[in-house]
Design a protein around this ligand. Structure first.
Ligand code: 13P
Length: 284
């Protein structure tokens, strides 16, 4: 297979009532773990990269690695720009081969948000790339983007309908109570709001900030219409904890082929668990 957009995979998830997981990857190791685990479980998968990840690993490298992965594994794979705010940067990466992008204009006022998103949709659709945008605002930290709790804003269902219709986006990221990074306190998701949004919006809905949210709540959100679940922090922590432990036990270690291995194994387990929670296993 080759790298595809998220159109088909998310529409199928919406029709059949499961979610496609979007895992934030950072390098060859994390990309391999995600793709290999998804292939074992026959799950479609989205490889997401934030602006600083793409800068760190190099957009061309990410595209090249993902293309190799897509050739080796017979599952739908998309590479996705996560939380991009710069329209020109998005255009550049679409030209490079990214077929799925998130334009995050959620910090802008409603009308301005719509105008920014429309520009991206117009460009991306010419290249068969899909566009996700966010209405409302998640709190917490994703990449270098920090949103203070007081600036958090839940998605307004009425506005959501108008937003989707006027922008022409392919999927909508909703703010219903999750936060990026580690959740402080008990997670409370506004399921009534999610239901209201689902009733008036027909594109696939996206849940950001799914780390540290109990599986039952994520499953319930999926049953109410979430079709894409974003996970970053829940992968980073076990990976780095396992590498730290390896160095404590092997203080002389210096071979990345050895010290990366426990990190990959720890991450592999979590990727598999998340795929099962999404119910995307066996859907490739
Ligand atoms: P978490 O780090 O909370 O999993 O959030 C990931 C995310 O939403 C990426 O867009």
């Amino acid at each position: 297979m080759s790298i595809i957009s998220t159109r088909e995979m998310l529409n199928k998830a919406q029709r059949e009532g499961y979610a496609v997981p979007a895992f934030n990857i950072h390098n060859l190791e994390t990309l391999e773990v995600v793709v290999e685990t998804a292939a074992e479980l026959k799950s479609p998968v989205i490889l997401a990269g934030t602006p600083s990840t793409i800068k760190y690993a190099g957009g061309e490298y990410i595209v090249a690695m993902a293309n190799v992965a897509a050739k080796q594994h017979d599952i739908p794979i998309a590479i996705h720009l996560d939380h991009y705010e710069d329209v020109e940067e998005i255009k550049h990466y679409v030209d490079l081969g990214f077929k799925s992008v998130m334009i995050d204009a959620s910090h802008s006022p409603f009308e301005e948000n719509i105008e920014i998103v429309k520009t991206v949709v117009e460009y991306a659709h010419k290249y068969d790339a899909t566009v996700e945008a966010e209405l409302g605002r998640l709190g917490g930290q994703e990449d270098d983007l920090i949103v203070d709790e007081k600036d958090t804003k839940f998605t307004n269902p009425k506005q959501a309908k108008e937003y989707v219709e006027r922008t022409g986006i392919d999927s909508l990221a909703v703010a219903i109570g999750t936060a990026h990074g580690l959740y402080h306190g008990e997670a409370k998701l506004d399921f009534d709001r999610l239901k209201e949004i689902r009733d008036v919006v027909d594109v696939p809905l996206v849940l950001h900030g799914a780390s540290n949210i109990p599986d039952e709540l994520v499953k319930k959100a999926i049953s109410l219409g979430i079709c894409k679940v974003n996970v970053a922090t829940d992968l980073k922590i076990p990976f780095s904890d396992a590498v730290k432990k390896y160095f404590i036990e092997n203080p002389e270690a210096n071979d990345p082929r050895k010290y990366m291995e426990p990190g990959k194994e720890a991450m592999r387990r979590v990727v598999a668990e998340k795929i099962m929670v999404c119910g995307s296993n066996g859907r490739a």
